[in-house]
Design a binder for this molecule. Structure first.
Ligand code: PMP
Length: 407
């Protein structure tokens, strides 16, 4: 194993230091939500202890200070994802809201009857249903990129689908069920030869791979704070200015307004045009510190360590013989979905939980994907940089117990 300071890092995450059912807690549900370091927790309580105030609209000291932190964080995110301008950074509640914003607003502006929208069969419902609804509303057709058995996109099928009727492509960077890292750069390059914009769902990639929107050349990029060591209820939509400028507001009221008259309303400039109502200021305070935390550890170091965890887990599970791993792509993040013989994942999940290990069982909000595999559910273990190989050994023990009980 590399010299990753996991013991030191774990000290920053107080929640990990507890027992459940009399056993040390092993937290392998990071794809659903990550834990928060004390630095983030302190940033949130610090906001309420010294800075709490509504932003933008106040001339007084507290309001100015909170506004400054809020807007500085926008600049920090611009730099973190390498966007051209902080006007292209919109604060949202999370990935789901970011995608809904684009589907609704872009749809109104650009999608007409007979047009087509492309997503893949491995999308999370949050990057599937908003497009399905928008297509129904606009009279457009939703086209689905299939996958191959390994859980990789069928790129030939994708290329055959893109045409002059395609208005937007929405694709996840990393699958929350398979761990597959999709070739989004290749998809974007192909789409751009037709002048078609691409939205990348970064919910599962941002904490493992980071993001460089300039290098990807994506037109929209979405992520959630809570999956990257920041609080819930805060997220980001990045969009290229040329699209955001042309798109109508998603919600109205508050800072998104320039002037209101009885005769009508004019809207604020970017990014405020898309930030209606009082924003989640405490969430932004937390997100700011979470990003700094990740940057201090170094994205490269995180990726190397997490790859070691994935390889270790894959090797251990494969050696058990009757474990079927769902998602065997060459490029994966540190996530592993599996089935234990013919034992139902829910039964397995209950026993694994009783051993103090938090894994997720179910369809993981990706029902079209599980239908494709003709399975109702999987057990999913998803690792973060605070996890260890010793914890993976504990999971293997728990799986042996499951097999004893149900096998
Ligand atoms: N997309 C993917 C790939 C996800 O894994 C998730 C969360 N599981 C979402 C979108 C939705 O994220 P949120 O619930 O934070 O909006």
């Amino acid at each position: 194993m590399t010299n990753f300071p996991v013991d030191l890092i774990r000290k920053d995450f107080p929640i990990l230091n507890q027992t459940v059912y009399g056993r040390p807690l092993v937290y392998f549900d990071n794809a659903a939500s990550t834990q928060k370091p004390v630095q983030v927790i302190r940033a949130i309580s610090g906001y309420y202890e010294t800075d709490n105030c509504n932003i933008h609209r106040g001339v007084h000291y507290l309001s100015q200070r909170a506004t400054e932190v809020y807007e500085d964080t926008r600049k920090q995110i611009r730099q973190f994802i390498n966007a051209a301008s902080s006007q292209e950074i919109i604060f949202t509640r999370g990935t789901t809201e970011s995608i809904n914003l684009v589907a609704s607003s872009y749809g109104k502006q650009y999608v007409n009857p007979g047009d087509e929208v492309i997503v893949s069969v491995m999308e999370h419902h949050s990057n599937f249903v908003p497009w399905q609804l928008m297509c129904q509303e606009r009279g457009a057709k939703l086209r689905i990129i299939p996958i191959v058995e390994s859980g990789e996109l069928d790129m030939n099928a994708f290329r055959g689908m893109v045409n002059e009727r395609t208005k937007i492509i929405a694709i996840t960077h990393v699958s929350n069920v398979l761990g597959t890292i999709n070739p989004v750069k290749e998809i974007i390059q192909h789409a751009h030869t037709f002048g078609i914009p691409v939205l990348v769902d970064g919910a599962q990639s941002i904490s493992h791979l980071g993001a460089d929107v300039k290098d990807l050349d994506c037109d929209f990029y979405c992520f959630s704070g809570h999956k990257m060591y920041a609080p819930m209820g805060i997220g980001v939509l990045y969009g290229k200015e040329k699209y955001l400028d042309a798109m109508p507001p998603y919600q109205s009221g508050g800072e998104m307004i320039k002037e209101v008259h009885l005769s009508g309303t004019t809207f604020n400039d970017l990014p405020f045009k898309f930030e209606a109502g009082t924003p989640n200021v405490e969430g932004v305070y937390g997100l700011r510190v979470a990003i700094s935390y990740i940057q201090e550890l170094g994205m490269e170091n995180i990726a190397v360590y997490e790859k070691e965890l994935l390889d270790y887990a894959t090797e251990k599970l494969t050696a058990m013989g009757d474990i079927r791993i769902i998602g065997t792509a060459k490029e994966k993040t540190s996530l592993i979905s599996f089935l234990i013989g013919s034992i139902h994942p829910y039964d397995a999940g209950v026993i694994i939980d009783k051993m103090g290990i938090a894994v997720r069982t179910g369809h993981h909000c990706a029902m079209p994907l599980l239908e494709w595999y003709k399975i109702p559910a999987t057990v999913r273990a998803s690792f973060a940089f605070y996890n260890t190989t010793e914890e993976i050994d504990l999971m293997v023990e728990a799986i042996l117990k499951v097999k004893q009980m149900f096998g």
